[in-house]
Design a protein around this ligand. Sequence first.
Ligand code: ADP
Ligand code: ADP
Ligand code: ZN
Length: 213
Amino acid sequence: MNLIFMGPPGAGKGTQARQIAEKYSIPQLSTGDMLRAAVKAGSEVGLKAKAAMESGGLVTDEIVVGIIGDRINEADCAGGFILDGFPRTVAQAEALEVMLKERSLKIDHVIDITADSEALVARITGRSTCSKCGEGYHKQHKAPAKAGICDKCGGALATRADDNEETVRNRLSVYEAQTAPVIDFYKNGGSFKTVDGMQNMDAVFQSLCDILG
Ligand code: ADP
Ligand code: ADP
Ligand code: ZN
């Protein structure tokens, strides 16, 4: 099963992709996570991506298409994968079509998770993530039992440098200008669905499971 999770920053793509990945035993391919790892490692890709990520702009199509092309060749993607945060431009969606065709693959579901822009700002500015296991938290909606500590593994929670109000507003306008058109790219195909991301996390998960079966 090959899936695309779309939606604006903070909609809940990562939260849901982690759970769906676990339930269906397929990997979550988050370009954001991969790029942050590259920046941390100081690799060539990381050095090229850093400034765009810090300002809330998009990394070049060439870089992210390259990353995804390499990643879906790996053995763990043979049984399917979830694309989380890719494609984010129409050019990326077109490049993905070519990559899929070359590998005789197809996307089974494109799921757009929607949410109001004020809710998105509150979600992103309240977000933290375990630096050890990657579990996501929120200061109001999913607070850890002990401040700053992961409930699951005891790791330290970290906040992203780009999760500040100013950058978030920029990311939302970049989303409207460059990523919202990708919805039209997929809308006419039969595999496009929308899920209301304003529901609580469990209800969003249930809606996704209903679609995926
Ligand atoms: P995305 O990957 O789309 O940017 P995340 O999954 O990281 O979004 O979610 C952003 C923040 O909002 C996180 O702190 C997460 O815990 C919280 N969150 C996710 N889904 C919901 C929801 N349905 N209701 C309330 N908060 C949510
Ligand atoms: P969010 O959780 O807010 O949706 P991500 O973790 O998906 O954010 O992405 C963080 C940043 O990484 C983006 O603001 C952008 O700079 C870069 N990025 C991630 N995916 C892509 C992509 N497909 N194309 C271009 N840039 C990307
Ligand atoms: Zn953890």
